[in-house]
Write a protein that binds this ligand. Structure first.
Ligand code: FAD
Length: 470
């Protein structure tokens, strides 16, 4: 394509910008092709796509700094891109400009095995990182299922099935290197686990969705790989009872390494793939890990007793890696399996979280509202940390069904806030949750957030249109 044929989305002088970026990163790592722009126009959510003007693949912090300094001078939007697996429109470049794709900054810089830490570049995919770390008997515990990048996980404060035991990404970030909107580079935090020196800038950037600064390096806490596992699949008469069991298990002092809830429809979806034949009923998937098989066997006795007290319909427990791998293979494939099951349908994913004592009430509310509005879909959740998702599927042209899905989202957020929770447990604010920020935080906190944004990014170039766009 000739540069003179290009039209800019933002109204910038594309030719000048293209040439300026080529000077910074060389001719091979800037693109204006339609194919590259399309690949960076949408994430895995149902939010509408928006093309960036250009895509750049930086390789060093110095390049990131020079790109931001340039973009800040000409007031050009810059949106960071990890693996594009977000579920709330977080990396969609809604105002065009530059997408900074971190695919080529994907190195492990240091494994501090004795301290259970790793320092990595942001484009490192966490599954790849964990394969390397396994050689040291270590792993990074937050596990969002999709093969997300560390930069994207830090920026979204991603969590997942291991959060119940190991915390979310935020709990596992010790230090960052961040490039500010004007190109200045700063280092936050330290490698010591305890840190008490001044304001906590590290955790200001975690969860900020690339709106306050661009992460170019992260030092993360690791956990030792457990040697012994047990896995449990337990089915219950109702989804509300299954949710009560979650509360009972956490309340009993047991420490599952994962505790996931799936409603009956989710089991139907899972069974639709050839190799599953699970009881179609509200079900808990649980994993425990320990120092010995004997200690796991003791834990399983207690887990079974709790489940039996709650009218468990089927209880399958297995000790060993194979039983555990099969369980998570099913759970991790759930999103893809659902998309195949509801082929051709549009979808809306919800994501709310509440204190664990309120989880049964939240599940009951989700069940009722989905039934009342006749929504098709599933209820699943990282139940052990009070995080609930519904996935609502509807024919793309059915406006009434789409409106009902949006109502479920509104209703669940309202319930979660009333129960002391949040409008998003792990997917972030992105595009879809901005309308709930005032209700969750109140005007004073929001005003402070706006002031922080204005201080760190006075020209509003970093991922504009996200988190606090109004
Ligand atoms: C099947 C499936 C299952 C999922 N399950 C979970 C789950 O269980 N838990 C969960 O938390 N999420 C889950 N997700 C959502 C997603 O994987 C996470 O939000 C993840 O953190 C996104 O990472 P990414 O690398 O794809 O980032 P992207 O989607 O590319 O970007 C995410 C955000 O980070 C910003 N960003 C990216 N890199 C940087 C950087 N270097 N510096 C600053 N900002 C940056 C982007 O601008 C954007 O705002 C799931 C997604 C899918 C498709």
């Amino acid at each position: 394509m000739l540069l003179t044929e290009l039209t800019s989305i933002t109204g910038i002088d594309l030719e000048t910008t293209f040439r300026a970026l080529q000077v910074i990163v060389g001719p091979e790592r800037v693109s204006i092709t339609q194919a590259d722009r399309l690949q960076h126009a949408c994430d895995q959510s149902s939010h509408a796509e928006h093309l960036p003007d250009l895509v750049v693949w930086p390789q060093t912090t110095t390049e990131v700094s020079a790109i931001l300094a340039y973009a800040n001078t000409v007031r050009l939007p810059v949106t960071a891109w990890g693996a594009g697996t977000s579920l709330e429109g977080n990396p969609v470049p809604v105002q065009g400009g530059i997408v900074l794709d971190f695919q080529r900054m994907n190195q492990i810089l240091a494994v501090h095995a004795a301290d259970f830490q790793v320092t990595v570049q942001p484009g490192m995919l966490y599954k790849d990182m964990n394969k390397t770390l396994a050689r040291h008997g270590l792993f990074f515990a937050p596990d969002p299922g999709a093969n997300a990048s560390i930069g994207g996980m830090v920026a979204n404060n991603a969590a997942g099935i291991r959060t119940v035991k190991h915390g979310a990404t935020r709990d596992n970030v010790l230090a960052l290197e961040v490039v500010l909107a004007n190109g200045e580079v700063l280092r936050t935090g330290a490698r010591s686990v305890k840190q008490s020196a001044g304001y906590d800038l590290t955790h200001l950037f975690v969860g900020s969705e690339g709106t306050l600064g661009i992460v170019t390096e992260a030092t993360l806490k690791l956990a030792p790989l457990p040697e012994h596992f047990s896995a449990v699949i337990a089915a219950f008469p109702t989804v509300e009872i299954a949710a009560e069991v979650v509360f009972a298990i956490i309340g009993s002092g047991l420490e599952p390494t994962a505790l996931e809830l799936l409603d009956s429809q989710a089991l139907t979806v899972l069974n639709s793939e050839a190799d599953f034949d699970l009881t179609v009923a509200p079900t808990l998937f649980m994993e425990f890990s320990g120092a010995s098989e004997a200690s796991l066997a003791e834990e399983l006795v207690l887990v079974e007793a709790i489940c039996r007290e709650h009218d468990v319909q089927s209880f399958q427990a297995g000790i060993g890696r194979e039983a555990r791998n099969r369980l998570w293979q099913a759970r991790h494939r759930f999103f893809e399996t659902s998309q195949r099951y509801y082929r051709g349908y549009a979808y809306l994913l919800t994501d709310v979280a509440v204190p664990i004592s309120q989880f049964p009430a939240l599940v009951a509310a989700a069940n009722q509202i989905m039934a009342r509005l006749n929504c098709q879909g599933t209820i699943i959740g990282h139940a052990g940390d009070g995080n609930l998702h519904t996935a609502i599927f509807f024919p793309p042209g059915d406006d009434e069904a789409r409106a009902h899905a949006a109502q479920v989202n509104d209703h669940l957020v309202e319930r979660a806030l009333a129960l002391g929770g949040t409008c998003t447990g792990e997917h972030g604010v992105g595009l879809g949750k901005q309308k709930y920020m005032l209700a969750e935080h109140g005007p004073v906190a929001l005003n402070l957030m706006r002031q922080l944004k204005a201080t760190l990014d006075p020209n509003g170039i970093l991922n504009p249109g996200k988190v606090l766009a109004w």
